[in-house]
Ligand binder design. Structure first.
Ligand SMILES: Cc1cc2nc3c(=O)[nH]c(=O)nc-3n(C[C@H](O)[C@H](O)[C@H](O)COP(=O)(O)OP(=O)(O)OC[C@H]3O[C@@H](n4cnc5c(N)ncnc54)[C@H](O)[C@@H]3O)c2cc1C
Length: 474
């Protein structure tokens, strides 16, 4: 074998998975489409929040990297829900997104036993086992689906009857440039890139994030093998030139004295300046513009088939679903110390760019806003996690693990937590040791993995305190 393990994808799941494997002594190759994008914060560059802050501290307690990365790169720290009781308060930090990425990459580059390789994985090398008897039927159903004959999501039964490791065992990967690289275990952490497609009004393109090529081929090959796959969707708001915003019309929200997420750091960690966020609101005019153009939305027009997150609606979703509301919060948040770009939290959209410009200009303080990057939606392939054991190993294919957005979750912390567990458990498998499975009363990570692997998901899964019945103990 060329390596003990291959990790596909240098996002938040892939970072933790590769570090866990390498730190446990296994030779690991991280294959990612673009090493410059390792640790990219695709959406809001913020880490933490309710239950997500707990995930970050659990990752830290298990030896993961996320808490240290955010401690070293935060540019604003706040305790959310300060005015409410302690049970619902949570730490949240805004990162300098470039510093976060640089630090994540440098951490991987300096890790013993870990190499990084720029390429796109398009297929798996498999040994032994027969192709799943369901594969042919499944492929037929996907073909019908593609032709618009059935709903976009391939839903799984509550308990999967997949025969154990019917496909045999994974033995490596094939890449777009034709490399065949062998390994004993493979972890897939493809995020929003597997057969990704972005949408801005009438425009669409095969990309996993705006301006970044989708990873094409692997999703189709996994379907051919009979993996339970489906389409999900998420979205992001426009980024605005900070010097085109009139902050005098907005409420200022200063940060607080930063506290570390990592148990290894002491208080007073922050060496970089703390930047303020700003609050403004949509109004009747904003909502009129959106309603008048709703037919041009790929979401409402039916172009986007994948299910989106109910808890993280786009601005057009909010306007349509809550017609009685005459305003919605918009938080204007900095993306870094050395960029002029500001993130418009609360205004995610896939409306055409001319409509985006008009509704943004109707918001107080944004009358002359210059859009640097438009809002967009992205639709991508995921693998239904009901097909995984609680170790995050595939029930179909021995040695093949999946983590992060690939498993239908959404969020950096959820991805990192799964990446860490998949990395640890791939290592446990190679050590022939029992997997590390955390219970629902032990950790939010236990709740996350248990929910995903016993219930599966048909919409982007995000952690909430309400999902954890033992939350007062966690
Ligand atoms: C537009 C957008 C909006 C989002 N909105 C939200 C939100 O509102 N709230 C929220 O919590 N989260 C949101 N997210 C999700 C958040 O970004 C992800 O949950 C998180 O980044 C997932 O981490 P990951 O490691 O699973 O994947 P990613 O961070 O997506 O990283 C995947 C990496 O794998 C690489 N890769 C993929 N396939 C291959 C392959 N075959 N070969 C080699 N490399 C490959 C990619 O290039 C990429 O670097 C959004 C993401 C996007 C793109």
């Amino acid at each position: 074998m060329d390596y003990d393990s291959i990790v596909i994808g240098g996002g938040h799941a892939g970072i933790e998975a590769s570090l866990a494997l390498a730190r446990l002594g296994f030779s690991t190759l991280l294959i990612t489409q673009n090493p410059d994008k390792i640790g990219a914060l695709s959406c809001n560059p913020a880490i933490g929040g309710l239950s997500k802050g707990n995930l970050v501290r659990e990752i830290d307690a298990l030896g993961g990297e996320m808490a240290r990365l955010i401690d070293s790169t935060m540019i604003q720290y706040r305790i959310l829900n300060r005015s409410r009781g302690p049970a619902v308060q949570a730490p949240r930090a805004q990162a300098d997104k470039f510093a976060y990425q640089n630090m994540a990459r440098s951490c991987l580059e300096n890790q013993k036993n870990l190499s990084i390789f720029m390429d796109t994985v398009t297929d798996l090398i498999i040994e032994g086992g027969a192709i799943s008897p369901n594969a042919e039927a499944f492929t037929q159903s996907m073909l019908h689906e593609t032709a618009g004959c059935s709903p976009s999501l391939q839903t799984a039964p509550r308990s999967s009857a997949t025969p154990t490791h019917s496909l045999g065992r994974v033995a490596g990967v094939v890449t777009r440039r034709g490399h065949r690289i062998t390994a004993r275990t493979v972890i897939l952490a493809s995020g929003t890139f597997m057969e990704g497609k972005i949408f801005i009004g009438e425009y669409d393109a095969p990309e996993g994030r705006l301006g970044e090529e989708a990873a094409l081929g692997l999703g189709a090959n996994l379907r051919r093998l009979g993996f339970l796959s489906g389409r999900l969707k998420t979205g992001t708001p426009a980024r605005i030139a900070g010097n085109s915003i009139d902050y005098s019309q907005m409420e200022k929200q200063d940060g607080e004295e930063p506290q570390p997420f990592s148990f290894g750091h002491t208080a007073g960690i922050q060496t970089r300046p703390s930047l303020p966020c700003w609050i403004t609101y949509t109004n009747d005019r904003t909502h009129e513009i959106i309603r008048a153009n709703i037919h041009r939305s790929p979401l409402f027009g039916g172009k986007i088939k994948g299910a989106g997150a109910r808890y993280c609606p786009s601005i057009e979703d909010k306007v349509v679903r809550f017609p009685e509301r005459n305003r919605h919060h918009i938080f204007i948040e900095p993306e870094g110390l050395f960029t002029n770009e500001m993130y418009m939290n609360g205004a995610s959209s896939s409306l055409p760019e001319d409509v985006q410009r008009d509704f943004i200009h109707s918001i107080p303080g944004m009358e002359n806003a210059v859009i640097v990057r438009p809002a967009y939606a992205v639709e991508y392939d995921y693998l239904n996690p009901i097909d995984l054991y609680p170790s995050l190993e595939s029930k179909r294919l021995s040695g093949f693990f999946a983590a992060g957005q690939t498993n239908g979750s959404s969020g950096y912390e959820e991805a990192a937590a799964q990446g860490l567990m998949a990395g640890i458990n791939a290592a446990m498998k190679m050590l022939k040791a029992p997997p590390l499975v955390l219970g629902r009363a032990d950790a939010y990570i236990g709740v996350l993995v248990d929910d995903l692997t016993t219930l599966g998901t048909t919409e982007p899964y995000r952690m909430f305190t309400s999902r954890a019945e033992h939350r007062l103990m966690l």
